[in-house]
Design a protein around this ligand. Sequence first.
Ligand SMILES: [Zn+2]
Length: 267
Amino acid sequence: MPELPEVETIARKLRPDLVGRKIISADLRWNRTLALPSPGRFKQQIQGQEILDVTRRAKYFIAQLSDFHLLVHLRMSGDLLIKDSTIRAEPHDRLLLKLSDGRSLVFNDTRKFGRVWLTSQPANILGKLGPEPLGEDFTATWLHNALHKKRRQLKPLLLDQSFIAGIGNIYSDEALHIARLHPLTISDSVTVKQAEALHAAIRTVLNEGIRRNGASFDWVYRGGEFQNYFRVYGRTDEKCPVCRTKIKRILVGQRSTHFCPNCQKSR
Ligand SMILES: [Zn+2]
């Protein structure tokens, strides 16, 4: 499932292809891909819009248009790519936006969980998100205070997009391992030093993920190589890269969670 680094990778890759192009028309091939507005309104409103910028917020891909924002959430299996407009649509292509340069921006989504919004009020969708972990608002002091306002286990708290945005199963397991924190640690027991370590670890894994063009593990996304550098995620029974203890896998709120029982002791 794509997380912050994978969406950031897509946005960076597509930006030079998209900025300055106009959207000529929309071919919506599966109506439920569209969260907002209605299909008829969408096709009418997006026609003739110029793409001014391409950004990302949390796991949302954002194209800023002349009058609207186009938001895409890839969810389980979504992917965005540029294709020549003369190439026939593939079975899992859900939305094709024909561009002024003869190519198309294609949203492909095998499992159909991905969603697209066209709105002039992006804050209505993005406003509930917690701070951006690579942004200035996310500091070690903020994290320590925020952890102490909750009494929740660290792993599900890190996955909660209203607490901190953009982190999913892979990057939370990796960050907790670097910070040497057990995934079931209760948030308000985390010390200042541990919060500093977790803050640094979150940034380290996200930046490393971006540097390696994201992870291709368990996802259609092609070209990322961060999966070759996982410390604990998906490495059940393999040796911890720090202490050689066997990595354990447990279920936390239905999500598989990987950790080193020696480096990440529960207290
Ligand atoms: Zn270890």
